[in-house]
Design a protein around this ligand. Structure first.
Ligand SMILES: *[C@@H]1O[C@H](CO)[C@@H](O)[C@H](O)[C@H]1NC(C)=O
Ligand SMILES: *[C@@H]1O[C@H](CO)[C@@H](O)[C@H](O)[C@H]1NC(C)=O
Ligand SMILES: *[C@@H]1O[C@H](CO)[C@@H](O)[C@H](O)[C@H]1NC(C)=O
Length: 401
């Protein structure tokens, strides 16, 4: 019974709205009366505003309303511990580490979140355009802003590299030498195409490195592509998707990137020149040559498509639903929506918590009255009992309008 009145008020239909308008008008008159008649029955008294799991204490500088502080205030209290034994996703599925975590400390500026693009991106709705607004924002802008936000949340480094173009190759090739350069200054780099994003910005990269078994010998991690004919290499193995790459600094990693960038010269890999312009470009070069050359057990971690590729909207494509990392090849229009998700999935519980914690001030229980014409008439005790037994939602639909 306790939260019945709250539910019913929240789901009022159009006629209900009129009742609400009337009630608002009556507030000054009946409020005090109702308040004393029904002190704290609006919500369960066991509600203690701990509904959202706080894992960290965060102190914020006073009188500081700058954007970095706002980001810290929203995400700081709920950052998932880097060495947590498990993670529960929004569907309630639990992901557990396979053993002792290797990463127990934050990596901070040792991690570089990297965007690479050779285009000016200065047009309407694009990232470098000062007039960028939510309405009309282009998908790439949403993706890159989400990468930047992820870096800000965890204290990683972030860089956008405006890359030079290759004279003789398809544009996406530039990410290979640019990642190679970035691996000279940072121990770990995370490169994402701009239609790729982390779905849980409060889940640190370190936890994912633990979960995906990053070792000292690992050169790179990439996700496998969906099981579809166009995604197979010449030897019949599925491509690894180069739209999301976690790479680790080492001599061998530098060698691999050098070999990759030089692949089309065919000094080492006969037949690679074809991938200068043919789809899937640098991804096909990696898939057809590099992966077979760098094949020690720990060299390349192949991430499952279900966890690091696709999106729920693409789950019919081989189950690639992007649990941790989403890649919106299915529909670029989803990128902005998911930037919104990565804020709203945290903002909403906080807003809701505030709403419920202030319930005694703004939820008015007028269920102890009956309506007759324009009048609110208090029910007798017997009538109240009968009303309780009759149940909820007379003349209303569940969430209907
Ligand atoms: C936060 O600080 C309070 C008071 O100092 C303490 O009782 C609580 O355990 C802390 N919570 C966490 C998650 O560290
Ligand atoms: C997750 O790990 C914590 C301890 O780190 C444990 O208390 C909790 O029960 C675990 N949750 C699940 C669902 O396994
Ligand atoms: C990590 O190691 C565990 C246990 O050996 C294994 O089940 C899991 O598939 C590995 N994950 C990756 C991404 O290789």
């Amino acid at each position: 019974m306790a939260d019945y009145s709250y539910q019913s008020l929240a789901s009022m239909g159009p006629q209900g709205r009129w009742r609400r308008v009337m009630m608002v008008a009556l507030v000054p008159m009946v409020f005090a009366f109702i308040y004393y008649s029904y002190p704290s029955t609006y919500i369960d008294s066991s509600f203690k505003s701990t509904q959202y799991p706080h894992t960290q204490n965060v102190s914020l500088p006073e009188d500081d309303l700058t954007m970095p502080t706002i980001i810290k205030a929203l995400y700081g209290p709920i950052l998932h511990p880097v060495d947590a034994a498990n993670f529960t996703d929004e569907d309630g599925d639990v992901y557990r580490l396979h053993g002792e975590p290797r990463f127990k400390q934050k990596l901070g500026k040792k991690v570089l979140i990297l965007d690479i693009d050779s285009r000016p991106l200065a047009g309407e709705g694009q990232l470098m355009n000062e007039g960028l607004k939510w309405k009309g924002m282009r998908p790439l802008s949403a993706g890159m802003l989400s990468h930047y936000m992820f870096a800000k949340i965890h204290g990683y480094d972030y860089k956008f590299i405006r890359a030079p173009d290759y004279a003789d190759r398809w544009g996406t090739w530039v990410k290979v030498p640019m990642m190679k350069e970035a691996l000279k200054t940072h121990e770990y780099i995370v490169f994402m195409d701009s239609d790729v994003m982390f779905h849980y910005p409060h889940l640190p990269l370190e936890w994912l490195l633990n979960y995906w078994n990053m070792t000292d010998d690992t050169l790179a991690m990439m996700s496998i592509d969906p099981n579809e004919p166009q995604n197979y290499d010449e030897k019949g193995n599925r491509y690894l998707n180069t739209g999301f790459v976690i790479a680790r600094q080492s001599k061998r990693t530098q060698e691999m990137y050098k070999a990759w960038a030089e692949c089309p010269s065919e000094t080492r890999y006969k037949g690679c020149a074809r991938w200068k312009d043919d789809w899937a470009h640098e991804q096909a070069a990696f898939g057809n040559y590099l992966r077979y050359d760098y094949d020690r057990p720990d060299d390349i971690r192949v991430l499952p498509c279900v966890e690091a590729n696709g999106a729920p909207e693409a789950a019919h494509r081989g189950g690639c639903k992007g649990v941790f990392v989403r890649h919106f090849w299915i529909d670029k229009g989803l990128v902005a929506k998911n930037l919104a998700d990565s804020v709203m999935q945290y903002f909403l519980p906080r807003l809701h918590q505030l709403y419920l914690s202030g319930a005694s001030e703004h939820i008015i229980d007028a269920k102890g009255f009956r309506l007759e014409g324009a009048e609110l008439i208090e029910l007798t005790e017997e009538e109240k009992e009968a009303a309780r037994k009759a149940g909820a939602n007379k003349n209303q639909k569940d969430e209907g309008f």
